[in-house]
Design a protein around this ligand. Sequence first.
Ligand code: MN
Ligand code: MN
Length: 474
Amino acid sequence: METKEKKDKKTDISYQRKNGWELIDDKDKKNIDGFSYDYMEFLSKSKIEREFHDNSVELLKSAGFKEISAYKSLKAGDRVYVSNYGKTLFAFVIGKNDLTSGMHIVGAHIDSPRIDIKQNPLYENTEIAYFDTHYYGGIKKYQWLTIPLSLHGVIVKKNGEKIKINIGDDDSDPVFCITDLLPHLAQSQMKKTLSEAVEGENLDIIVGSVPVNDKDAKEKVKQNILNILNEKYSITEEDFLSAELEIVPAARPREVGFDRSMILAYGHDDKVCAYTALKAMLDADKIPDYTSCLILADKEEIGSYGATGMGSNSFENATSEILNLYYGSYNELSLKRLLKNSWMLSADVNAVLDPLFPSVSEKKNSALLNYGICVTKYTGARGKGGASDANAEFVAEVRRIFDSNKVVWQTGELGKVDEGGGGTIAHYLARYGMQVVDCGVGLMSMHAPMEIASKLDIYMAYKAYLAFYNDRRK
Ligand code: MN
Ligand code: MN
């Protein structure tokens, strides 16, 4: 008798993760496709941080958010955003509770690994014109060869005029490309390691090949490109000096598999968390208990440096302005309390176990595809180095919130202990003493030109962030 009871109890108390498709109800099943479709549409026109920023501002405005300068004071229910140079965006919905009781923050980043154009990019070699580049973020360089590429960004002229560039994503546009060696002549290249086979300095894109019809011109193909650019955009070669031009894959997000259960797209890292967090903020309670805050950050992929990265004081500055409008005055102690009392989900992607490369993961602690949003207690590498290790007390709160709102979720660590690692923006916010945990969608082929995410996991990220914004901290 006693033995049996013990045995029953034991099976009851074991923890077993389950595939999300076996857990969700019909309502969720129905919502997943529509949500995925909207995400794919948004992503296809938001390939770089500036575009994601601008399209987010449009959505926020249509939901009643106003730029901070439109407010003389702030009270519960007010919806406000702060733009940081058009590349980082902070949005707030003022809650019922006193502001210093803390905010519920979801923070994602909207920059993705890519290839940037150098400041003096245009050159001609053997009557072919190229743009010289410097890649951005952690990429496997060989993956970016021989695929169609598009060019996005801005050229700012000396008089301040800003020319937006977006070439290669419309079907009628030309695209760009980086060439690779034919296998017939690649004997010595094929002997090199993957990291050496393609040199960063050779990651240059072809931009033209027709010589200008001018006997006196020195580099005729380059001259022809300059003529085309001057005619179309009224720019000269010198204007590249103050340009930010980014090369990304010229491909739309696509559904993957006979069952269409996954999405293949450029920039899931971290636009998948950014989009789901943005949608959660738009769909959350009109007046939450705790002030909601959305962070869409730039420069995460290169270490969050610079004025638009989370290593800057930009978030603290924005929060100070909010505090000032809320109380009618600024008080440093109030700011410190507000930040310390805040809760944050650092919404960044993790990796799911790839069955074709199982050796880098430890299965029971790796996120799995379709098992829901992934909570990562700590990131870091080799002995948790550089990790923002979340407090167990806060992870328990997150468990409570997700479980009581039928969020399918799992925990996941990035790879085996000594295999490598990564970081997120979590530690920049943890610095204020606030509770932070990493929490996002698991990807396959992270940082590749096209990454894979599960529709179910994406939808669960949205549900998770929504539940977090609406939580009342029982
Ligand atoms: Mn990321
Ligand atoms: Mn990344």
